[in-house]
Write a protein that binds this ligand. Structure first.
Ligand SMILES: NC(=O)c1ccc[n+]([C@@H]2O[C@H](COP(=O)([O-])OP(=O)(O)OC[C@H]3O[C@@H](n4cnc5c(N)ncnc54)[C@H](O)[C@@H]3O)[C@@H](O)[C@H]2O)c1
Length: 351
């Protein structure tokens, strides 16, 4: 059976970078013939503003049932200031499909790309596992007496043992099966008592993985150490908000958001792939957005679908582009989105 890929290009630079990612996927088809069937879905700000519909519940069900992978560009548009369409579509997928693992690798491809002095690719090669369905993102709380001097805004942070345990276990399992020797957890247990649950579970689960060293950091120290000694980290596991922030920081250490791919997973359920970056509205449609993050998400998807050779070819083509100075301005290049995407696609076809 052909693998089925649903594509939601979304808003802002989403369509710009997804167009190039799909161009690379066509090159993969030409060379490796994986036979992936692509279906484009219209959801995003434009569709919402035209129809009032974010994503229909049946469509969410279909995404979970009929597809092997979902590729999302980015969601967020200044014409929808409340961001309700993005919440329904993006958080909707994460929560309703229970995609509890947000895997965000940060690997330095070339020493030129890091703002850190004296660091080499071997010093920056880590993966962040962010809990993706709980924490402060569950919308428990709200604003009361809005607009008055007595206004109150409350956001509850949800941490369940099940939720904490499954992301921590996933991180240890991944470390064990990828030859890693340490897992570090970031929390704020010194100030937020609920985070002791993370510490307890981290120790309980970690003890099952004898060959893997356990480390913990408070999130503030983690941010500092990630910049100071990135080579100390191989696998980082953390909650929803801290993972969101830490992965942006990690991406900058390896060249920026334009190079950061991610996958939202729950083993046995469809995986949703997306570049870490948002919709960057000021860059939209100007042929300046870096398509490499979206292209590297395609490499992650191909690896998961067991097209290892095709995945390596895509990643090698991105590495070759970086090595040869082919890139958009954010990575020091002079080319546009389209030219970079086409160069990488051609490399995949011919290398
Ligand atoms: N997963 C998602 O869809 C997602 C993630 C983050 C933000 N957002 C949304 O995106 C909108 C903009 O948010 P933001 O500005 O905070 O974050 P952003 O990621 O869109 O942009 C942050 C910075 O990175 C730059 N940047 C991002 N992607 C780039 C790329 N591919 N190439 C070159 N430069 C790039 C932008 O120009 C900007 O300077 C908001 O509506 C936000 O809610 C969506």
């Amino acid at each position: 059976m052909s693998p089925m890929l649903a594509v939601i290009a979304g808003d802002g630079i989403g369509p710009d970078v997804v167009r190039e990612a799909l161009g690379v996927l066509r090159a993969v088809e030409d060379r490796f013939h994986p036979g992936i069937q692509v279906e484009q879905l219209p959801y995003g700000a434009e569709h919402y503003l035209k129809t009032g519909e974010t994503i229909p519940p049946m469509e969410m069900k279909r995404l979970g049932r009929d597809f092997d992978a979902i590729l999302v560009g980015a969601l967020g548009d200044p014409r929808v200031p409340g961001n309700e369409h993005a919440r329904d579509i993006l958080l909707g997928m994460r929560f309703q499909l229970d995609l509890y693992v947000n895997e965000r690798p940060a690997r330095l491809m070339d020493a030129r790309l890091t703002p850190l002095k004296g660091k080499e690719p071997a010093d920056l090669d880590l993966v962040i596992f962010r809990e993706n369905t709980e924490g402060l993102y569950v919308s428990v709380g709200g604003r009361f007496k809005e607009g008055t001097p007595d206004e109150i805004a409350i956001a509850e942070e949800l941490n369940t043992r099940k939720g904490v345990e499954r992301i921590i276990r996933y991180a240890f399992e991944w470390a064990a099966s990828n030859g890693k020797s340490s897992v570090t957890m970031a929390d704020k247990a010194n100030a937020i008592a609920a985070h002791h649950l993370w510490r307890t579970v981290f120790d309980d689960v970690g003890r099952e993985y004898a060959g893997i060293e356990r480390g913990t950091r408070y999130i503030d120290a983690m941010a500092m150490d990630l910049v100071r000694t990135p080579e100390a980290f191989q696998v980082i596991v953390t909650g929803n908000l801290f993972g969101d922030i830490l992965s942006d920081l990690a991406s900058v250490l390896v060249g920026g958001l334009g190079l950061a791919p991610s996958a939202n997973r729950n083993p046995g359920v469809v995986t949703m792939y997306e570049p870490v970056h948002g919709s960057a509205p000021p860059l939209a449609g100007k042929d300046v957005a870096n398509p490499m993050a979206a292209i590297l998400t395609i490499a992650m998807m191909l690896a998961d679908l067991d097209f290892a050779e095709a995945s390596s070819a895509v990643e090698s083509a991105v590495r070759a582009a970086i090595a040869e100075g082919i890139g958009t301005p954010d990575v020091g290049g002079r080319l546009g989105t389209r030219a970079v995407g086409e160069w990488i696609a051609e490399r995949v076809r011919t290398s």
